[in-house]
Write a protein that binds this ligand. Structure first.
Ligand code: G1P
Length: 295
C-alpha cells in the first residue's frame, strides 16, 4: 500500500478582480478588464481554468463596481442555451456549458474600496478559512504545458510560494521583488521581498508574477500592516511579515508570461494564442507572413 501523502490539497482560489483597468480605457469604462478576450476567451476564464487544473474547487472573486459581467459569465444562461439548442449549434452549446464545470462553485465578495491587493486578499478571508489558498492575478497570462498553479501546487509543502521570473533591471519598480537564498529542490527560499523598489534600491531583478500559493497565516499580517507602496495595503508587505513566522519560497515557473495589464503584452498574447488556435492558426500565420513582408 502506498503511504498516504501529507501534502495539503489547495481547494480555494482567490481572484482579485476589483481593479478598474484604467490603462485600457475606454474599453474598460463599463466592462471589466478581466473580460477582455484573448482571441475568443476572456482573461478571467483562462484564470479559472488554470485554478481548476491545479485542483481548486471554490473560486472566490473579489469584485468592485462595474464587475457584474464576471458573475454573468460564470452563471448559466438558460435563454442562450435554449437558442443554441433550437439552432442546432451543439458545439457552441457544449462550449457554453463548459465555462464552469458543475463541481466548481463561485463566491463573490465585494471589496468596499480600492485599498490595494493586500486588502483585496484579506476580503477573501471569510471564504478561505484556515487552509492554504491560491491567489491568481488574471492580468498575468501564462502559457504553459502544465499550468503555473499546478506546478506550484505540486511543489507545495506547507510553506507559501510566489511565482517569479527575472525582469529587466529598469523594471523592478513595476513588481514585487525577491532576494532569494538557499535552494530547496525547485524552490528558492525568499530572504527578502519588497514591493516595487526603484532599480537602484532593488535587491535583485527576480520579480513576482501574479501567482501565489499562500498559507492562511498571511491574513493575520494583512490585517495589521498599514499602507505601503503607492499608499495601498500591499500583499507583498503581508508576505514579508509572514516570513518572520515561516519560510516563504520563490518558484521559477516553466511557461511564457504575457503582461496583459499592458496594451503591448495584451496584443502579443492575442497574436501568439491566435497562432496556436485550431481554427485560426493557419490562416492567421499566412496573414502575418504577408503583413510582415509589407511593413
Ligand atoms: C501586483 C503586485 C506585485 C506583483 C505584480 C505581478 O502589482 O503588487 O507585487 O509583482 O502584481 O503582476 P500590480 O501589477 O497590481 O501593480
Amino acid at each position: 500500500m502506498q503511504p498516504s501523502s501529507k501534502k495539503p490539497r489547495v481547494d480555494v482560489a482567490v481572484f482579485p478582480v476589483a481593479g478598474r483597468g484604467t490603462r485600457f480605457l475606454p474599453a474598460t469604462k463599463a466592462s471589466p478588464k478581466e473580460m477582455l478576450p484573448i482571441v475568443d476567451k476572456p482573461l478571467i476564464q483562462y484564470a479559472v481554468e488554470e485554478a481548476l487544473e491545479a485542483g481548486a474547487r471554490r473560486l472566490v472573486f473579489i469584485t468592485g463596481s462595474s464587475k457584474r459581467a464576471i458573475e454573468d459569465h460564470f452563471d448559466s444562461d438558460g435563454e442562450l442555451e435554449h437558442l443554441l439548442l433550437k439552432q442546432g449549434k451543439s458545439e457552441q452549446l457544449k462550449m457554453l456549458k463548459s465555462v464552469l464545470p458543475s463541481y466548481a462553485s463561485c463566491i463573490y465578495i465585494r471589496q468596499p474600496a480600492p485599498l490595494g491587493l493586500g486588502h483585496a486578499v484579506l476580503c477573501a478571508r471569510p471564504a478561505v478559512g484556515d487552509a492554504p489558498f491560491f491567489v491568481h492575478l488574471a492580468d498575468d497570462l501564462i502559457d504553459a504545458e502544465e499550468s503555473c498553479l499546478s506546478q506550484m501546487a505540486k511543489r507545495f509543502d506547507n510553506g507559501s510560494i510566489v511565482a517569479v521570473q527575472t525582469v529587466p533591471h529598469n523594471q523592478t519598480d513595476k513588481y514585487g521583488i525577491v532576494k532569494s537564498g538557499a535552494r530547496h529542490g525547485d524552490l528558492l527560499r525568499v530572504d527578502r521581498i519588497v514591493e516595487k523598489p526603484k532599480p537602484d534600491k532593488a535587491p535583485s531583478n527576480l520579480a513576482v508574477v501574479g501567482r501565489y500559493l499562500l498559507t492562511p497565516r498571511v491574513f493575520t499580517h494583512l490585517e495589521r500592516i498599514g499602507e505601503g507602496a503607492g499608499g495601498e495595503i500591499q500583499l507583498t508587505d503581508g508576505i514579508a511579515r509572514l516570513m518572520n513566522d515561516e519560510a516563504v519560497y520563490a518558484y521559477r515557473f516553466a511557461g511564457k508570461r504575457f503582461d496583459c495589464a499592458s496594451k503591448l503584452g495584451y496584443l502579443q498574447a492575442n497574436v501568439e494564442y491566435a497562432l496556436a488556435h485550431p481554427e485560426l492558426a493557419s490562416k492567421f500565420r499566412g496573414y502575418l507572413r504577408k503583413l510582415a513582408r509589407d511593413i
